[in-house]
Design a protein around this ligand. Structure first.
Ligand SMILES: N[C@@H](CCC(=O)N[C@@H](CS)C(=O)NCC(=O)O)C(=O)O
Length: 223
């Protein structure tokens, strides 16, 4: 297989999902970082939405993290999806739910006004309630989304939990996960995995906080 190249922006949670998959699958890959505030021409030529991640495979270009991750999963067995088509479809649906959480998280951190930030926080909390009701019981050793092993769907959530952890470490008022016991254990489990820990550069925690502050958001003023 041609060595794929992942086009990344250091702080992007969607790129991070693909990195986790590449590391989980022990794929030999290259990574190229770009600055989204100053997109190079070669990037704009290959990225239809002008967004990262993009995966370059030989002459071909893939975009959209979920699609990239499905491709990586299919071409680097064993698959991290369940075999049963219904379960697999269910995992994909809950992967979409993770994407909605990332959008909420971005709004929560970047809103200029406190009331808009609070609204996004409420949206996150209502999604947490739903997740808490469907997660398996960690007391029975079921620490992941679907029980005792990691699946592709877990990799869709890890970047969200990592950013929540960065915020929580800055200020306890941004700890949204502790009120949800199953979610908390799931988050801790994901954040302890080497593939997750190694999916960002060492400077990312600090730069994530600096990025929020630089946008003069309500939360940025509290960090
Ligand atoms: N649905 C896309 C979302 C990707 C996305 O929103 N990427 C952001 C960075 S995290 C981006 O490239 N934004 C373009 C910009 O900021 O101009 C995916 O899952 O790949």
């Amino acid at each position: 297989m041609t060595k794929p190249t992942l086009i990344s922006f250091k702080l992007c949670p969607y790129v991070q999902r693909s990195v986790i998959n590449l590391l989980e699958k022990k794929v030999d890959y290259e990574i190229k970082y770009i600055d989204l505030a100053n997109k190079p021409d070669w990037f704009l030529k290959i990225s239809p939405f002008g967004r990262v991640p993009v995966l370059v495979v030989g002459e071909e270009v893939l975009f959209e993290s979920a699609v990239i991750n499905e491709y990586l999963d299919e071409t680097n067995l064993p698959s991290l999806h369940p075999k049963d088509p219904l379960q697999k479809a269910k995992h994909r649906a809950w992967g979409e739910f993770a994407s909605a959480l990332l959008v909420d998280q971005y709004g929560w951190t970047m809103s200029k006004e406190e009331k808009d930030s609070e609204k996004k926080k409420e949206e996150i909390l209502s999604k947490f309630k739903i997740l808490e009701s469907i997660l398996p019981d960690p007391k029975q050793g079921k620490l992941f989304f679907a029980g005792d092993t990691m699946h592709l769907v877990d990799t869709a959530y890890a970047p969200f939990f990592m950013r929540l952890e960065f915020l929580k470490q800055k200020d306890k008022q941004f700890d949204l996960v502790s009120a949800f016991p199953k979610l908390k254990i799931w988050s801790e489990t994901l954040l302890s995995l080497p593939s997750v820990k190694n999916s960002v550069l060492p400077e990312v925690p600090e730069e994530y906080i600096a990025f929020i502050k630089a946008h003069n958001s309500w939360m940025g003023g509290k960090l």
